[in-house]
Design a protein around this ligand. Structure first.
Ligand code: GUN
Length: 282
């Protein structure tokens, strides 16, 4: 069996370093970086994600505000709130938890966030910069995946074949772009892809991000591949990923588990982006 790559351990080291940097700011009497997370409604999964973000901020001494708005909040009221936060100079990062209620236009809301405070990296301006390989906030899960690949010794992906399963704006599309920026030859597979197993079986780096429990089985995986599992699925009350971990692990050079894999990296990258915003703009 190959290496099990625990994002939880990499994320812990990152959080320790961030905490040291914030402690130093505090000792010098400087303002402390601040993140505002907006949650509209009470979707249980979203609530659990934002609670995790709050806890992580607290642990490293970063200031944070969780702004909870009712499910029936109007889009105008949310936009007004975002404009207020954009102009508040004590705030470094603004994150609107997705998905939003159906009566809101997600694109319009994300567009309203000041790109300089867009620590999620979801604003079209920042997505454009990512495409052009300019310095910008990278979306947290894709950034975390690339950091995990770095840790495992896969930084330059020249000559390697990468396959991403899933084409979401949050993970699939941006991670494919980041892999391309690292010189991988990238294929994106999705629900309409034919012969998905054969395509995946050619991957040196396989990223699964579809939300389909244990979709990726051993015959989808090339021997010696690196497999990154982004899925977080609940089956019979237990968490599992998009990869059939027990059956796939023996074929891989590196594989991430669920839980303790990519998830903790997403939060660590959010904290890192918020500190980056503080240092760049204030
Ligand atoms: N919903 C699921 N993942 C994310 C994320 O990374 N950021 C935001 N804002 N919403 C999400």
């Amino acid at each position: 069996m190959g290496t099990i790559l625990y994002g939880s351990e990499i994320a812990k080291d990152i959080r320790t370093s961030l905490k040291e940097q914030i402690d130093e700011l505090r000792e010098k009497g400087k303002r402390i970086p601040k993140l505002v997370v907006i949650l509209v409604g009470d979707n249980p999964a979203s609530l659990s994600y934002v609670t995790g973000k709050e806890k992580a901020c607290r642990e490293i001494g970063m200031e944070n505000i969780l702004l909870r708005l009712q499910e029936d909040t109007t889009e105008e009221a949310l936009l007004a709130e975002i404009h207020r936060l954009n102009t508040d100079t004590s705030i470094d990062g603004i994150l609107v938890q997705l998905p939003l209620p159906k009566h809101m236009d997600e694109h319009k809301v994300l567009f309203a966030i000041d790109p300089q405070k867009d620590v999620d990296g979801f604003h079209p301006y920042n997505i454009g910069k990512l495409m052009l390989q300019e310095d910008t906030y990278l979306p947290c899960t894709p950034k975390g995946i690339l950091r995990m690949l770095d840790t495992a010794g896969y930084s330059d992906l020249s000559g390697l074949r990468a396959v991403v399963i899933g084409r979401s704006n949050i993970v699939g599309k941006p991670v494919a772009q980041l892999l391309l920026n690292r010189n991988a030859t990238v294929t994106i597979c999705h629900s309409r892809t034919r012969n998905i197993e054969e395509i995946c079986a050619e991957a040196d780096i396989l990223i699964a991000s579809v939300g389909s429990p244990r979709l990726v089985t051993a015959d989808w995986v090339k021997k010696g591949a690196v497999v990154i599992d982004v899925g977080i699925n609940r089956v019979d009350g237990r968490l599992c990923g998009d990869v059939d971990f027990e059956r796939v692990k023996d074929k891989t050079a590196v594989i991430t588990p669920v839980p303790k894999g990519v998830g903790p990296m997403t939060i660590a990258m959010l904290l890192e982006n918020t500190l980056e915003s503080y240092r760049k703009h204030r």
